[in-house]
Design a protein around this ligand. Sequence first.
Ligand SMILES: N[C@@H](CCC(=O)N[C@@H](CS)C(=O)NCC(=O)O)C(=O)O
Length: 216
Amino acid sequence: MAETYKLCYFDSRGFAEVTRLQFALKEQKFEDCRWTREEWGPDSKYKKEAPFGQGPYLIYTNNGETVKIGQSHAIACFVGRQLGLYGKTNLDAAVIDQVIGLYKDLIAVWMKLRSQAPDDKDKQEEMKKKLKEEDFPKIFGDFVKLINANPAKSGYFVQNEISVADIYIYDLVYQLKVQDTFDAASKFPEIKTLYDNVDSNPKIAAYVKTRKQTEM
Ligand SMILES: N[C@@H](CCC(=O)N[C@@H](CS)C(=O)NCC(=O)O)C(=O)O
């Protein structure tokens, strides 16, 4: 029996979109299971089914055996390896893992802004300024270092082709831009090139054009 993938998450791009983009790029069929905020709660069948009580989670079946995988990065990396989007060598994988590590650092500082002093407008402004002028440029500069270190000089992180690392950055740049948080492509030419290359891939473009429109 063929392998099947069921990706379960809130009805948003959020932490599931990198995996959805990989499925789209590789034309891998999957069940896109989504729930609304109202459908989520302690008694929700999804929360009970989720390995760690959170979304996203992936239900993967192969040869009659079913496995559930939690944690968005574990899911994205598993799917990346399954679909051949994790580079060709162990060193490629190390580059991809560094990109994901930096991505996590960026999300952590971004989330800190949301959670700290939400009612203190001055503090929020001060933190937003630091994010835009220091934290984000530092981390995007680190992404650029890795792009430039690729011996293939392809504009991607590894080899001459899109990997899960490029998809992470493509999705991140999009999310930051639509939430009016940071326009990385206008500040870093290498990031713009990478973004445009992924965006113009026919399979990615077709998916993005028809994907469900959600706020996040
Ligand atoms: N480290 C986890 C975080 C997952 C997470 O925070 N999920 C949120 C949605 S983005 C969630 O399920 N929230 C509802 C809850 O915790 O009950 C991952 O990367 O998957």
